[in-house]
Ligand binder design. Structure first.
Ligand SMILES: C[S@@+](CC[C@H](N)C(=O)[O-])C[C@H]1O[C@@H](n2cnc3c(N)ncnc32)[C@H](O)[C@@H]1O
Length: 376
């Protein structure tokens, strides 16, 4: 392979392959996951199952062995149930059921668009997102995979409760496998809270094995305020939040931060690629938009309500960007639009409709629609 191609291949691998803990990629350990975490002892599934049952199309991100979706099918769910996980061995367990869609991968490797009215991440899978960029890009992807009125439900352990202090060998758990062996699982923290992350080992031992199996993990503990800021940055609005599986309100001593979010209204910027549109404010024409113009940026950037209605005058092709994608692609333009952060006087919250940088004008959105009418 020519050197430039191997460099490109290495680059692609770095950007698509997620490193997953040994305990999820080793088949003999994946087989034991549901034995160590049985349905009866999981308060979270009692919370999520009714949500799954009342949704038509459900995506479980980091579905692991797929127990939640399997239970939903058994309980009579007739719609679309899809599990996504980057660990082949966990998905191998899930795939024992063929009446559910299982996808090997993570949020960066899938191309769904507004197809699920419920997305869940259970078993604290959300805590695997360690870097700010990873949290933002995952939430942004979740937003784009949700239908317009869809919901995303997930939990993260409350950092103020310091759950990792009980992850010690004294609290090891033992189970008996179907083959009759006893297997012991013990956690030990390697690097206690450093900023917001904790690294620990999980060691599995059994008299039936030659040697122990050790799995290393790192999890991020986001507090409620940081989480809220990531959510609003990525166009997601908190609808409900609880501190435990019995739906008690979130407090400093709650073990969990359980959050249900939906897409925020008015969190998209539209760039005109072709065609024309008219901008109406209280029914009066204020401006016309053509190729290179954009609109929707005011409410998206300042979080306020929409201020005008844009109606297509011809068939149009538009590029749709979330506020997060918009700021990432051109932060200097985003900040100039908001007057570098200085407050905008009331009544001046109107789209400038100025030309978009030429490098973005050649991009094409997969979501073009003829004759669109968009409230902006
Ligand atoms: C603790 S298990 C939870 C499994 C399942 N959700 C449950 O509640 O039983 C965490 C799962 O997250 C998966 N995972 C790890 N990194 C991930 C990523 N970047 N995106 C999605 N899932 C990931 C692992 O493979 C594993 O199956």
């Amino acid at each position: 392979m020519p050197p430039y191609l191997s460099a490109l291949a290495a680059h692609l691998v770095c950007h698509t392959a997620v490193v997953v803990d040994h305990q999820f990629v080793e088949p003999s350990l994946a087989e034991l996951y549901d034995v160590f975490h049985p349905w009866e002892r999981r308060g979270d599934f009692g919370f999520y199952l009714p949500l799954v049952m009342s949704a038509k199309a459900v995506l479980d991100v980091g579905c692991g062995t797929g127990e939640l979706l399997r239970r939903a099918r058994d309980a009579g769910h007739t719609g679309r149930l899809c599990g996504l996980d980057p660990a082949g061995a966990m998905l191998g367990q899930a795939r024992m059921r063929s009446d559910i869609e299982w996808t090997l991968g993570d949020l960066s490797t899938v191309a769904w668009d507004q197809e699920f009215d419920l997305i869940v991440m259970t078993g604290h899978a959300f805590q695997v997102f360690l870097e700010d960029d990873e949290v933002r890009s995952s939430l942004s992807k979740i937003r784009s995979v949700l239908t317009e009125d869809g919901h995303f439900g997930f939990e993260t352990r409350n950092p103020s409760v310091r759950a990792w202090t009980s992850w010690t060998p004294d609290n090891a758990v033992e189970v008996q496998t179907s083959a009759g062996f006893v297997v012991r699982m013990a956690h030990e923290v390697e690097a206690p809270l450093d900023g917001q992350v904790v690294s620990f080992t999980t060691t599995f031992t059994s008299p039936g094995w030659d040697r122990p199996q050790v799995s290393r993990s790192t999890l991020r503990f986001l507090d409620a305020a940081s989480l809220a800021s990531f959510l609003s940055d990525t166009g997601l609005a908190i609808e409900e939040q609880f501190g435990d599986w019995d739906r008690h309100p979130l407090t400093d001593t709650s073990p969990e931060i359980i959050t249900i979010v939906r897409r925020s209204r008015g969190a998209e910027i539209l760039i005109v690629l072709s065609g024309t549109a008219t901008c109406l404010v209280r029914g009066v024409e204020e401006a016309r938009f053509g190729p290179g113009n954009f609109f929707g940026e005011v409410a998206t950037l300042d979080g306020g309500p929409r201020t005008a209605t844009v109606v297509a005058s011809t068939d149009m092709e538009v590029l749709v960007l979330s506020g997060f994608e918009f700021e990432m692609s051109s932060p200097e333009v985003a900040h100039r639009m908001l007057g570098d952060g200085s407050p905008t006087p009331a009544g001046e919250r109107q789209s400038s409709g100025v030309n978009w940088p030429t490098r973005l004008q050649s991009a094409r959105s997969g979501r073009s629609r003829p004759r669109m009418s968009i409230t902006t």
